[in-house]
Ligand binder design. Structure first.
Ligand SMILES: *[C@@H]1O[C@H](CO)[C@@H](O)[C@H](O)[C@H]1NC(C)=O
Ligand SMILES: *[C@@H]1O[C@H](CO)[C@@H](O)[C@H](O)[C@H]1NC(C)=O
Ligand SMILES: *[C@@H]1O[C@H](CO)[C@@H](O)[C@H](O)[C@H]1NC(C)=O
Ligand SMILES: *[C@@H]1O[C@H](CO)[C@@H](O)[C@H](O)[C@H]1NC(C)=O
Length: 379
């Protein structure tokens, strides 16, 4: 419907309003009321979000022993997986929407460290030809030891912000990852982390429902809780648990009966029991006061080690003069009524920014970060 330029429709309407309410006016009033209720709901959700993500928590420093920066790792060490032999795999160079990156134009890398050594050094693994290395954007990783004792590395990859799972064979002598396979599936969107259960068989977390950046931001702010844990095998792909605000780190207990899932924005860890058909049923939720990222299990004790972000706001709005801090928690007696939670490491960002993972091997601890350095501590 067109209207002549300059025509004054508004005064006429107000006049009508004061006399009799036409159906048209009633309709508009109803629409306005609904909009008002909608905005109030959004406001309430936003307030809940700012409380939930308690943007301003500061940490007191905790240092567990002698800690050093690992030379050569400066642009992220987002996830770490350590083999029983002491070989540690580290994913580096993640480019993730909304998160800082010091090397946005450099491809991601996988570093290797041998924690059996006296002073372990990190070295980037070579990646075999035939794989698009330029768009390599590694996120969560998980190792798997085959029956013939060879090791495969599974890597969540985001080439051009897509989501795939890459399987590599680790050639220790050649210091090389040989690319075996790319797994892509319509359910494997916005994948964050992965834990391998068998050959080409894994659980993966999806951290957002929407793939569009703005919709996914809205989803997080309004707390839709539409994210999930997926089960993948060549025969079957399915959702095995859902209702997370943003499912993030995932790992299994030492006996493989339980699965631990971090919900980063809800600041908690879900303890889930695995059933024979791979479905997960929730046993309990361990509530924390920090954004929980990746999880690892201490092979000696079964404790959970959680890489956490105490100040989410500083992570989202990065200021090098007031950087986000780091925090690592240890959760003992995970299955008991009252698990014991203690702080293994905490820093205000002056040493380590944005810790996303911590993993132990004997008395050695590695603490990784989304986009910053890698810390090695002798406990
Ligand atoms: C954030 O946490 C601190 C300490 O943990 C608390 O004092 C403060 O009230 C919390 N703020 C909000 C908005 O919940
Ligand atoms: C980290 O990224 C910066 C910027 O691209 C680059 O200059 C530096 O060499 C990188 N550091 C390492 C250890 O790769
Ligand atoms: C397990 O998951 C499947 C979907 O894959 C569902 O149909 C089934 O009801 C679930 N079983 C249980 C016990 O939750
Ligand atoms: C951060 O902690 C270091 C020591 O751990 C301290 O020297 C520094 O002043 C702190 N910075 C802020 C902004 O509190």
């Amino acid at each position: 419907m067109g209207r002549a330029p300059g025509s004054r429709a508004f005064p006429e309407r107000t006049e009508r309003l004061s006399t009799s309410w036409s159906p048209e006016t009633m309709g508009k009033l109803l629409a306005l009321t609904l909009l008002g209720i909608g905005l109030a709901l959004v406001g309430e959700r936003l307030l809940a979000f700012s409380k939930r993500s308690n943007m301003s928590r500061e940490v007191k420093p905790v240092v567990p022993g002698n800690c050093y920066h690992v030379e050569g790792v400066e642009n992220g060490s987002e996830d770490i997986d350590i083999l029983p032999s002491g070989l540690a795999f580290i994913s580096s160079g993640l480019k993730y929407p909304g998160m800082p990156s010091f090397a946005p134009d450099e491809p991601g890398k996988i570093f290797l460290m041998d924690l059996k050594e006296q002073s372990p050094r990190a070295q980037a693994l070579k990646i075999s030809d035939g794989f698009d290395k330029a768009s390599f954007n590694p996120h969560g990783i998980s190792t798997f030891i085959n029956e013939d004792h060879t090791v495969d590395l599974y890597v969540v990859n985001h080439p051009h912000m897509d989501s795939t799972v890459e399987i590599f064979k680790f050639e220790e002598q050649q210091h090389t990852l040989v690319h075996l396979k790319t797994i892509k599936h319509e359910l494997l969107e916005r994948v964050n982390d992965i834990v391998v259960l068998g050959p080409e068989q894994f659980y993966a977390t999806r951290d957002h429902y929407f793939t569009n950046f703005f919709l996914s931001l809205l989803e997080m702010l309004l707390d839709f809780r539409w994210t999930c844990v997926l089960y993948y095998s060549p025969q079957e792909v399915k959702v095995v648990a859902q209702g997370f605000s943003s499912a993030n780190g995932i790992t299994t207990s030492l006996d493989n009966k339980y699965v631990y899932v971090a919900d980063v924005t809800a600041k908690n860890i879900h303890v889930m029991k695995r059933s024979d058909n791979w479905n997960l049923t929730q046993q309990k939720v361990i509530q924390l006061d920090t954004l929980v990222d990746n999880l690892a299990v201490d092979p000696a004790t079964g404790d959970i080690l959680a890489g956490c972000h105490p100040n989410g706001k500083k992570l989202l709005i990065y200021d090098p003069k007031d950087p986000p801090g780091s925090e690592v928690l240890r959760i003992q007696n995970v299955l008991s009524k009252k698990p014991k939670i203690s702080t293994v490491y905490a820093d205000n960002g002056s040493t380590l920014q944005g810790s996303s993972v911590a993993s132990v091997y004997h008395r050695k601890l590695l603490i990784g970060t989304i986009f910053h350095k890698l810390l090695y501590c002798e406990l």
